[in-house]
Design a protein around this ligand. Structure first.
Ligand code: SF4
Length: 316
């Protein structure tokens, strides 16, 4: 069996930064540090950080007064920031800078007197955070049908912004529908949707041209991983989202000459290795990497973390 790995795959700069923030906070301030929501959507990552002393909570009410608290890469709503302030928490913000950029776009459009329309998936923490960062009229649409259902006059000044992990094609279709519906509409170029999302989606499309089956390594609640699987399916290749090698079903790859593997932005490379190891248990495997974009994006850590002195050994 030939295994072809997509390039790029796996961790993006926002995820690397978020994990780094938790690890460095543990090193500098000592355990426990509190993390609101899963730092990134991957159980293996969360479990590894938990073992080092991170405590994951869904609500700030679970965090003791004054404790070190980290906001996840998905970002948070204004009211969460306010709650943290009221509780005197020492916040380290791991919101991906590209998500924070979307927050800024939304606020700017509201200041221009526009109704902001966020293209995204209801219930996703990034969407809740972005909607909660915009203090003004903001609406959420997910599909072209949602655009038709918007109760707004066609002359209303509107602006669109997007969730960072959407399928670029789906987002483009919804934005086209918005442009058809409204005469006074502005918004960023579709190319400005996160670089990592675009690169991983292009890579899975390339993979689909040569693979008989695609395995996407990622968590069920990872938005960008789900999009990768959908893109594989849309390209006509049976595609499966699996957390690790333990979830591999031998029947998926039984008749496949080429098995394509990619990984969502929050899935560590060791889980890709785990899936390859599971394939090896079925028979001989030859692994190669499909040529693709080499990413060099890096995001800086928050200044308050960079400048904090390292905890003295033995101190608490
Ligand atoms: S997928 Fe993009 S927006 Fe999301 S964390 Fe990674 S770099 Fe940031």
């Amino acid at each position: 069996m030939r295994v072809m790995l997509a390039q790029p795959r796996g961790f993006c700069a926002g995820v690397i930064r978020a994990i780094d923030i938790v690890e460095q906070a543990l090193a500098k301030f000592g355990a426990p540090v509190y993390v609101r929501h899963e730092i990134v959507h991957n159980r293996h990552v969360v479990d590894a950080l938990r073992a080092k002393g991170a405590r994951f909570v869904e609500h700030l009410s679970e965090v003791p007064m004054g404790a070190i608290t980290i906001f996840s890469a998905h970002g948070v709503a204004r009211h969460v920031e306010d709650e943290a302030k009221a509780q005197g928490l020492r916040v380290l913000d791991a919101t991906c800078p590209l998500v924070a950029k979307v927050h800024g776009q939304g606020r700017r459009y509201v200041a221009q007197g526009r109704v902001v329309i966020l293209v995204g998936h209801a219930g996703h923490p990034e969407v809740e955070g972005t909607m909660g960062q915009i203090e003004g009229p903001a609406l959420l649409v997910q599909t072209e049908r949602d655009v038709d259902a918007l109760d707004l006059d066609p002359d209303t000044p509107v602006a669109y912004i997007t969730q960072t992990t959407l399928s670029v094609d789906d987002a483009r279709a919804v934005i086209t529908a918005l442009k058809r519906r409204f005469s006074d509409i502005v918004g960023p170029d579709i190319d400005q949707i996160c670089y990592a999302t675009q690169n991983r989606q292009s890579a899975v499309r390339a993979l689909a041209r040569i693979a008989d089956v695609i395995l996407v390594v990622g968590a069920k609640n990872s938005s960008n991983s789900n999009r990768l699987r959908e893109i594989g399916v849309e390209a006509g290749v049976p595609s499966y989202l699996i957390a690790d090698g333990g979830e591999l079903d031998a029947s998926w790859v039984l008749h496949a000459a080429v098995v394509g593997i990619t990984a969502g932005a929050s899935a560590p490379e060791e889980l890709v290795d785990d899936v390859i190891a599971a394939l090896r248990r079925l028979g001989p495997v030859e692994v190669s990497v499909l040529p693709g974009i080499e990413e060099k994006v890096e995001f800086r850590l928050p200044a308050e973390l960079l400048h904090a002195p390292r905890k003295a050994a033995g101190s608490r």
